[in-house]
Write a protein that binds this ligand. Structure first.
Ligand code: NAG
Ligand code: NAG
Ligand code: NAG
Length: 333
């Protein structure tokens, strides 16, 4: 049993460039966010993610999951998918109803929000660990440890009371246990297999430079844009020669709809110090090479083309015309 994940890991991480296609561990998690506005109005949203990649969404109208990738169902049969969807639909409606029914027992004051995160993660070596945590507002409330509900310290007496309450529902706990410790690991391994081609794809970044709003008079903000790359890990740094400029600021990664990423790295410098700076980009899709863009260089290359090559061409053309005319007149007897 332990061998299979090891083999899979070897397939997923062939020695070479795309070793960092995934962080370790590989994390599959589903998020539930339930907002309760008042005793009659509530809304729940589900989504499931493989690391940063969303693979399942939720259609609130029909209360059904949306499988976002062709491989989002893993190796589950249609019957298995149907059964799971049914479990989630029952849970979806029952959760809201039960929380509204017991809101006052647990001193929950409207409006409030409940978040749940559940899933499993594959560690190098093939170990799969499952997890489930619940939060109330921004506070940790409870988690599952060794198959049972444990109140989080921040959850206080209310969380203790809730864990005692939920332990009465043996049926629910059994289903949850199966989903967490059996369904999740099997599903994770099967989507890694089914989606292998997609997950291991390598998309090269494009990079360009621009200047941002300056940090003050006599200063320049140099912006290095890196766009459309996959997988996510990337190294972007402003450098002077071989020296990394440690003031380089990296913004947050922004996702594109096609699953690729955008990142920018900025550096504030005195205007006269901008010359000689360059932006370096390293990414698994580039092999061992880096993209290097020199500040001011791309502009001058354009200018050189405009200022030198175009007049040269015109001059050549004039010369050619002149010679041609001379030659044709000379040809006239
Ligand atoms: C409950 O909240 C919803 C959404 O904010 C609102 O439209 C509705 O009028 C509220 N109902 C009551 C009884 O307060
Ligand atoms: C986990 O729980 C079981 C009983 O449900 C118990 O026998 C076992 O000792 C627990 N293990 C740990 C590490 O707490
Ligand atoms: C689906 O894949 C998992 C993990 O690879 C495996 O344990 C399970 O037996 C597979 N199920 C079927 C029906 O092939």
């Amino acid at each position: 049993m332990l061998l299979l994940p090891l083999v899979l890991l070897a397939v997923l991480f062939p020695a070479g460039d795309n070793q960092d296609a995934f962080q370790d561990p590989i994390r599959l998690h589903c998020i539930q966010i339930s907002s309760f506005a008042n005793s009659t109005w509530a809304q729940t949203q589900f989504s499931c993610w493989l690391d940063d990649l969303q693979i399942i969404g939720w259609d609130r109208e029909s209360a059904t999951p949306i499988f976002l990738k062709p491989w989002s169902k893993g190796n589950f049969t249609d019957a298995e998918v149907k059964e799971l969807v049914e479990i989630f639909r029952v849970y979806y409606f029952a959760f809201i109803e039960e929380v509204q029914k017991h809101a006052s027992d647990f001193q929950l004051q409207y409006p409030f929000e409940i978040q749940g995160t559940a899933g499993c993660e594959l560690h190098s070596g093939g170990v799969i660990l499952s997890f489930l945590t619940g939060a109330l507002g921004k506070m940790d409330f409870l988690y599952i440890k060794n198959h049972s509900c444990v109140p989080a310290p921040e959850g206080g007496r209310r969380a203790q009371k809730f864990c005692t309450f939920i332990h009465q529902y043996k049926g629910i706990l059994e289903i949850e246990d199966t989903l967490l410790y059996k369904t999740c690991p099997g599903y994770l391994l099967s989507i890694l297999e089914a989606g292998k081609e997609d997950l291991e794809k390598q998309v090269k970044p494009e990079a360009w430079l621009s200047s941002g709003p300056s940090a003050g008079p006599g200063h320049l903000r140099l912006v290095c844009h890196v766009s459309g790359f996959y997988p996510k890990p990337v190294w972007v740094m402003w450098m002077r020669g071989e020296q990394e400029q440690l003031d380089t600021q990296r913004d947050d990664f922004l996702p594109y709809a096609d699953g690729t990423w955008y990142l920018r790295a900025t550096l504030d410098v005195k205007a006269e110090e901008a010359k000689g700076l360059s932006c370096h980009v390293k990414h698994s899709s580039l092999g061992g090479r880096a993209i290097v863009l020199y500040w001011g260089y791309s502009v001058s290359v354009g200018l050189i083309i405009a200022a030198v090559i175009v007049p040269c061409l015109i001059l050549l053309l004039c010369l050619a015309l002149w010679f041609w005319k001379r030659w044709s007149y000379d040809g006239i007897p």
